[in-house]
Design a protein around this ligand. Sequence first.
Ligand SMILES: Cc1ncc(COP(=O)(O)O)c(C=O)c1O
Length: 399
Amino acid sequence: MSTKTTNLDNLVRHDNEYHMNTYGRLPVTFVKGKGSSLWDDTGREYLDLLCGIGVTNIGHCHPVVVEAVKSQVELLMHVSNLYYTKPQLELAKKLTEISFGDKCFFANSGAEANEGAIKLARRYAKLNGKEEAYEIITALNSFHGRTMKTLAATGQPDKQKPFEPMPPGFKHVPLNDIDALKKEINEKTCAVMLEPIQGEGGVYPCDEDYLKEVRALCDERNILLIFDEVQTGIGRTGTMFAYEGFGVTPDVMTLAKGTGSGLPIGVLVASEKASVFSPGEHGSTFGGGPVICAAALATIKVIEAEGLLENCRNVGAYFMQKLEDLKASTNAIKEVRGRGLMLAAELVQDNAKDIVLALLKEGIVANNIGGNILRFLPPLCITETEIDAATEVLARLLV
Ligand SMILES: Cc1ncc(COP(=O)(O)O)c(C=O)c1O
């Protein structure tokens, strides 16, 4: 038995003994990351095409972020949100400068940011004279988080079933079907919440025309349009926020994954009209702490300074073409979807998990959604050469 197997066996045993089994982990222990590379505990290098599910967007352990975190850790790690801190104010200012938003609220995760958006939408309705409006319409197949409210918002019955009854206040409609949405909107509706590209559901983009019609409908009814950009935000689709690429501006946007380069953060970004929380109505002990805000600020500055949005668009288009070529040259791919570096290949067979495991054996980290979807969320700094190497392996595995 190799040392590697022994180490892994021990870890799996430990994990089974001490950790709730909710993830279905893959057989590898990572100990180091740099740029688009990860290393396991045997020293083997891997090409990371997943970024911890769209989190380490600027590559692992970017020196600018590492330095920002180190400096802040030495200076001040926590003080209550009862006081002002410079990194928080600077991050809020930066996020509003680079987006439609006028105000931010900081939380600790995507689900928590979405919880904030749900509360904000209900508050907005009440302040606009709609006491009875509390329902939020989301899309079937959407994913908005694992807390009870965000699970209720998630349009995937199989994820809800084990925890029923769901909290009330959510309706689900088919994506890209404006008539279905029109039918469900009524005097009880306070918001529509959509992912511009459904991530966990399998990388299904909204149609631009659909989003424009949804925007018009929300304006007409004076209800809020919330974009869940937890996965699409922070450069992932080739613009800093996906809404820019779709040409439709929401009233509220939530961010998380890529924002802190791996440290936990959730952000609620809202237009002036939607920024309706008053003191005492919302809060978080850790949200917007100085260390995470320093990390997020550095992350955004790196994206700007290193031209990562442009690289994301260029290499994303290159990767997409490579996947389309594979679709044409094998009979294994049914459809290629996505934008920027948020891509999926829907397979003909239900063997996506096997392909992911085979890729891992070849030193490539990717992900499957369900049985037949391969998902790729590489770092925004990935090169065409790295994509060539990955797609060569994929071509071998798909025949
Ligand atoms: C679109 C979207 N919203 C919300 C979430 C939940 O984020 P978190 O796991 O940080 O709570 C996710 C996570 O995958 C997501 O993709």
